[in-house]
Every structure is written in structure tokens, then in C-alpha cells.
Design a protein around this ligand. Structure first.
Ligand code: AHG
Ligand code: MN
Ligand code: MN
Length: 356
């Protein structure tokens, strides 16, 4: 007769997996039950609650009044605001009010950070977020995301200028995204690798799906809006011509950064949102989009660059600063950078050969 005393049964494995919730995972990662570890775990848990509320509304958006379309307003980014942007932005505020966890929330949808003074004596953190990333996809029932980043609050910020947030991306304590796709997935890092969780709607919990995700060193995908081809610098056009002329590349672009980058994280490749003639810094926001994703991809063995500088070294000059973005598998990112360096060298040589 065989007994199951040595090997846990398949059922126990399943149960253990179901019990690896997000908040438990954060504590395991930090290997501590210190108050700091418990705070971080509780913050991530609140982000998960925001994600569940957003998931719930997205899943019925086409059936509910007041969910699709624009509000008629323009945000601080100069972009038309969608109803889901407003809803999701407010969800994050609601879940962190009276939580004692974060002192301040900064979002791409708000000109200035939102302060929660009653939390400040306890919660010395700031949450930065893009409530709905890829919001043009909402009305057509395609994937969208939320992006988040946690930073330490420094000083009291009595003037409300949030100058302490103007620091490089290495100051992030944690970062991640939620992908609202066929399933709702949360991917995060607190500086100890990258881990993904899937929302099990029957439990109402995010359950561990993959630990220590590593991006392939090289991949076939290039993801960029080629409609901007004639707006780009010549170096980016050089790179694009290169991938057109070489076998082994395939284009994928959904119009929502989170989904496009998730594909690259899992399968390898590169995502580019370079500067254009009209917007030399590109479109994407450093504190809410590019720095959190750079932190995450670096933790997975990837790279993120502006094209000329490591993205995590960029210090923003204002809260809503933008940066060009080249992110993904290390070899793909390095190849894009080599086109930028080549073009810069040739420009110098040309100007030496024929000074104006
Ligand atoms: P958001 O919806 O937060 O404004 O972000 C949209 C971003 C990003 O998700 C996407 O990669 C990019 O904008 C798409 O821009 P284009 O339409 O210019 O390609
Ligand atoms: Mn976005
Ligand atoms: Mn957004």
C-alpha cells in the first residue's frame, strides 16, 4: 500500500497555489513581517482592489450607461478624457482614502498630486499611476491596462509642489501593471524579480501564476506606431528599414502599452515610442508609464532606454515630463541604440566634412 506522507498530493499543490495571494507573496518576497513589509503588502493589496473594481466596470462597459466615450474634457496632458479614465482615477483615490497607507497619489489624469493628509503620519509613500492605459481601446472592447509605481515620500511637501518626486526611476520601491485582457493579470516587482498573478473571479483574488519571469534575450517582435514614420528621426527610420529587410521580425501594435509590453516580456522583442518632430520627447509619461515599466523590465532581465540614456537614470524636470521609450529584450534594445549612435556619428562626420 502506498501512502501520501512524503509527497504532497496534487490537490494540496492546487490548494497551496490558490492560497498564494498577492499580499502573501509580497510578504514572502520581503521575508519579513516588519511594519514596512506589512505596509507594502497592504498597498499592493489595495492596488489589487482598484484593479478588481476597474475590471468589474470594464467587463460590463457596453451594457452600462456612462461608461463608454469621452467626457468632453481635456486633461493636463492635452488629451481628451474618457469616462473610464475618470472612473479609474477615482477608484484609486477611493481605495487609498482612509487607508493610512499612502500620503499622496499622483496620476497622469491629475494636474497636481492628490493629498490624503490624514494618512501622512503613517503612510510615508506616494502612489503614481496611469489609471487606464490605452483608453482608446475601451470603446472597442480590446485590452487596456493600469500602471503603478510606489515611491517613498520625502519630506512634508508643505507647498504641495511634489519636488521630491522629481527623481530617477531607481528610487521606485515597486512597480507593475494590470492587464485587462481575456483574463485580468497583475504583474509586479518590488526589486526581487517579476511575478504575475491572475484574477480568479470565483475567489475574487489574484492568484500567483508565474514567478521570476525572465524576458528572452532577443525576440522577433517590434512594436511601434509606424504611422509616425515620417515624423521620426532618421535613425529610427534606419532601424525600421532594417527590420523590414531582415527575416525574423514581426510587427505587433495594439495601441495600449501594457498589452504590447506584456507580449514582449513573455515572447521577446522591442517596443518603441520615439520622439517625433512635433513631440521630441514622444508621448509617454516618465513617472506614470516609462519609469515603472523600465523598473519592471529591468527586473526581468530586459532593458529600457530613451535611445541615448538608460531610462532609469532620467530625472524628470516636471511631474508630467515625457520621455522617448525603447524597451524590451536586451539585444533588441541595444540594436536600436546602435542605429541611433551610428546616425549621430555620421551627422558629426558630415558636419566636420562640410561645416556650414
Ligand atoms: P493613455 O491611454 O494612458 O493615454 O496611453 C496611451 C499610450 C499607450 O498606451 C500607447 O502605446 C500609445 O499611447 C498609443 O499612442 P499612438 O496612438 O500615438 O500610437
Ligand atoms: Mn498610458
Ligand atoms: Mn491613461
Amino acid at each position: 500500500m502506498t501512502t501520501n506522507t512524503e509527497q504532497p498530493s496534487a490537490r494540496e499543490h492546487t490548494l497551496d497555489r490558490d492560497c498564494t495571494t498577492l499580499s502573501r507573496h509580497v510578504l514572502q518576497q520581503l521575508q519579513s513581517f516588519s511594519s514596512e513589509a506589512r505596509d507594502l503588502s497592504a498597498i499592493v493589496d489595495r492596488i489589487a482592489l482598484a484593479a478588481k473594481l476597474i475590471y468589474r466596470r470594464l467587463s460590463r462597459a457596453g451594457l452600462m450607461a456612462g461608461t463608454l466615450g469621452f467626457t468632453g474634457e481635456v486633461n493636463v496632458q492635452g488629451e481628451s478624457v474618457k469616462k473610464m479614465d475618470v472612473y479609474a482615477n477615482e477608484v484609486f483615490i477611493s481605495v487609498f482614502k482612509q487607508s493610512g497607507l499612502v500620503c499622496r497619489l499622483a496620476s497622469e489624469e491629475m494636474e497636481k498630486p492628490y493629498y490624503i493628509p490624514e494618512n501622512c503620519p503613517l503612510g510615508r509613500y506616494t502612489l503614481l499611476y496611469d489609471p487606464i492605459d490605452g483608453s482608446s481601446n475601451v470603446d472597442i472592447n480590446l485590452n487596456v491596462g493600469s500602471i503603478f509605481s510606489i515611491r517613498q515620500q520625502e519630506g512634508d511637501d508643505l507647498d504641495g509642489e511634489a519636488k521630491d518626486l522629481l527623481q530617477n526611476g531607481r528610487q521606485q520601491i515597486a512597480a507593475g501593471y494590470v492587464l485587462y485582457g481575456p483574463s485580468t493579470m497583475l504583474v509586479y516587482s518590488i526589486g526581487h524579480g517579476v511575478h504575475s498573478f491572475i484574477l480568479d473571479p470565483s475567489l475574487g483574488e489574484f492568484i500567483l501564476s508565474q514567478e521570476n519571469i525572465k524576458i528572452p534575450k532577443h525576440g522577433p517582435i517590434y512594436s511601434t506606431n509606424e504611422g509616425n514614420f515620417w515624423q521620426w528621426e532618421e535613425s529610427i527610420r534606419d532601424y525600421t528599414r532594417y527590420v523590414h529587410r531582415h527575416e525574423g521580425y514581426t510587427a505587433r501594435y495594439s495601441g495600449a502599452l501594457v498589452g504590447d509590453i506584456h507580449r514582449i516580456l513573455m515572447q521577446g522583442g522591442v517596443f518603441l515610442y520615439p520622439g517625433t518632430v512635433k513631440n521630441p520627447q514622444g508621448k509617454l509619461r516618465l513617472l506614470y508609464e516609462t519609469a515603472p515599466l523600465a523598473f519592471l523590465l529591468e527586473q526581468a532581465g530586459g532593458r529600457a532606454s530613451t535611445g541615448t540614456q538608460n531610462l532609469l537614470d532620467v530625472v524628470p524636470d516636471k511631474l508630467h515630463a515625457r520621455t522617448p521609450l525603447v524597451i524590451g529584450s536586451p539585444e533588441n534594445v541595444t540594436l536600436v541604440e546602435s542605429f541611433i549612435q551610428d546616425r549621430a556619428r555620421r551627422d558629426v562626420e558630415d558636419s566636420v566634412a562640410s561645416p556650414s
